[in-house]
Write a protein that binds this ligand. Structure first.
Ligand SMILES: [Zn+2]
Ligand SMILES: [Zn+2]
Length: 279
């Protein structure tokens, strides 16, 4: 399987407009890998996007990705969904007033769709499905198997947040586990065992010698150290970090150097925009 980490940034990716800290300045001056955009992962075989941050148009153009047939929304939060208007640009022919191609499948859970409509711009989806006729909404539940031919995706419900993480497999038995957000009280499903790659949310460090010592998000998420235990339970061969925040105050090289020093038992790397991941 081949993946592209279109966006490796979190809710506030560096550079943050108006911020002149060293991480933001460097990101502005040097670009990728220091410059990050919102969390997004693309799978080439299934022509599948996980989430659509607001920079999705630039992300697809930057990586020369021409086709999107499927979209999975991991949850409704704005940093994961505000690029949905891309569906119109991808599949509506404004000259002839009809779709360019077959409908794009948009997968979301019932609860997340309700929240998306209640608290954000989820009614876009109805407009695109019923009036523009460019998408098909597909509701999934935890443990459904979403079948994309050679690639299968199993969403696993995270009870505490009602978000999901995903076990992605192919017919050669390769396995990637994707847990980009809503990572709290995560339980490792037995189907995660022997994951080739575990892509995990950039969680806060319990070890306060790493990065900004004032960050403690334990009410909302598990810690980096707990994530390492999950990787151990999965027997994951490699960990790649995504959803990386500006406020930790560390640049791409510092993040990688720190985890190498602090977690010598793990094969772990911070992701970056445009990172190609082959499993
Ligand atoms: Zn900054
Ligand atoms: Zn998020």
């Amino acid at each position: 399987m081949k993946f592209n980490m279109l966006g490796s940034g979190g809710v506030v990716p560096p550079p943050r407009p108006g911020c002149n800290c060293k991480v933001c300045k460097e990101a502005r001056e040097k670009g990728i890998p220091y410059y990050r955009t919102g969390t997004c992962l693309y799978n080439y075989e299934a022509k599948l996007l996980f989430d659509v941050p607001e920079e999705i148009r630039q992300q697809l153009n930057r990586e020369n990705i021409n086709e999107v047939r499927n979209v999975i929304l991991t949850h409704w939060h704005p940093d994961h969904t505000l690029g949905l208007r891309i569906l119109e640009q991808l599949n509506f022919d404004f000259v002839n007033q009809k779709p360019f191609n077959e409908l794009i499948n948009v997968f979301i859970s019932h609860f997340q769709l309700e929240m998306f409509k209640k608290l954000s711009c989820g009614s876009f989806l109805d407009f695109y499905e019923k009036q523009r006729g460019i998408i098909r909404i597909k509701i999934f539940k935890g443990y459904d198997i979403l079948d994309f031919g050679s690639v299968k995706v199993e969403p696993v419900l995270i009870e505490h947040t009602k978000g999901f993480y995903f076990i992605i497999t192919d017919n050669r038995g390769r396995k990637l586990v994707y847990a980009p957000c809503e990572y709290k009280n995560l339980k490792v499903h037995e189907n995660c065992k022997n994951a080739d790659i575990f892509i995990a949310h950039h969680l806060f460090f319990e070890d306060k010698s790493i990065g900004n010592p004032n960050i403690d998000w334990s009410n909302e998420e598990d810690s980096f150290e707990q994530m390492l235990q999950h990787a151990k339970e999965m027997n994951a061969k490699k960990i790649i970090i995504t959803h990386i925040e500006e406020m930790f105050g560390l640049n791409h090289d510092e993040l990688n150097k720190t985890v190498k020093e602090k977690c010598p038992d793990f094969n772990i790397e911070f992701g970056y925009d445009g990172m190609i991941i082959e499993v």
